[in-house]
Design a protein around this ligand. Sequence first.
Ligand SMILES: NC(=O)C1=CN([C@@H]2O[C@H](COP(=O)(O)OP(=O)(O)OC[C@H]3O[C@@H](n4cnc5c(N)ncnc54)[C@H](OP(=O)(O)O)[C@@H]3O)[C@@H](O)[C@H]2O)C=CC1
Ligand SMILES: CC(C)(CO)C(=O)C(=O)O
Length: 318
Amino acid sequence: MKIGIIGPGAIGRLLGYTLAQGGHDVVLICRREEQAERFLQTGVTYVDPDGQEHHAPVQAVVGGVEELDGVIVTVKSYDTESAATQIAALHTQAPVLSLQNGLGNAETLARHLDPDRIALALTTHGATAEGETKVWHKGRGQTVIGSLVPPSTAGAFWAELLEECGHPAALSDDIRREVWSKAMVNIGINPFTAVLGVQNGQLLQESEILPLMQAAVEEAERAALAEGVVLQGSFQRVLDVCKNTAENTSSMLQDLQKGRRTEIDAMCGVIVQVAEKSGSSAPYNFFLKKIVKKCETKRSKLSSLEMKGLFDEFLQNN
Ligand SMILES: NC(=O)C1=CN([C@@H]2O[C@H](COP(=O)(O)OP(=O)(O)OC[C@H]3O[C@@H](n4cnc5c(N)ncnc54)[C@H](OP(=O)(O)O)[C@@H]3O)[C@@H](O)[C@H]2O)C=CC1
Ligand SMILES: CC(C)(CO)C(=O)C(=O)O
């Protein structure tokens, strides 16, 4: 099959390598000419979790490509709109898979594309991009896939394709719930690690911060409920993930360390919007969004006492 991947960063390269190894024609859809040229010259370089380097040839283009059998979206959540517009212009009705974190990606894609074509995936694999064409597969994990609108066959199409290529993917009949559930974990961990500049496990030692994490997650659970998604026990899952990924530098902290924009809008930002839409408010998530945005521009970190102090001040004045 001929599969296009829009967003050839860490996850796009990981999937590109996996599908190419499985015998498929992979077309990486880039937004920079120089990157497309590098992929054409060298293919994708994949470094496995044991540090062994492998190569796979790929095609690469900037802009349009004809006759695709499927399209995978692996851009950051703030680029989903531009990816969706590009896919809509491809004049194909092929299935589309979003493998992204955050809330709102599916809704953005569905504004431009037939929802029956869309499947969503979540993964706990860890990948880091290096240079223009290399990806380090840092940790093996699990992938779950489901159709945005069951009983469409989009989810099964992608789960079977990846499975055949040696990337096991469980099929979910309620992927929307999985997306919200993962967002709870991201909301409970990412902004706090980012602002404090600590690894995930360190949050368990931060007695000033743990109640704020809990309040933000419970507020987000209420927003999920307003959207018809019933979630329970999310904060306990946050604590479990902190323990199980204790040495991880969260993606949001990595983004800040590299001076890049974060995905805070697709996490706390969506919670604030959903709360407002349902006539309520989400002050904890509002504050987290505001403070992470500040860190994006100022590139500074806070101590837990400073963060707690700012939180208290904010809550008193709002
Ligand atoms: N990395 C990981 O381990 C995991 C990531 N995720 C999620 O997967 C998603 C992707 O993450 P990740 O791969 O790490 O991100 P990266 O930043 O490494 O990759 C995103 C890529 O998208 C490209 N891009 C953006 N807009 C377009 C466009 N319109 N056309 C073509 N390319 C475009 C960027 O190009 P440019 O280089 O020009 O900026 C960049 O190469 C995120 O939502 C993330 O949260 C989920 C689980 C694990
Ligand atoms: C689960 C967690 C918090 C692991 O680091 C993650 O998904 C991220 O860093 O974005």
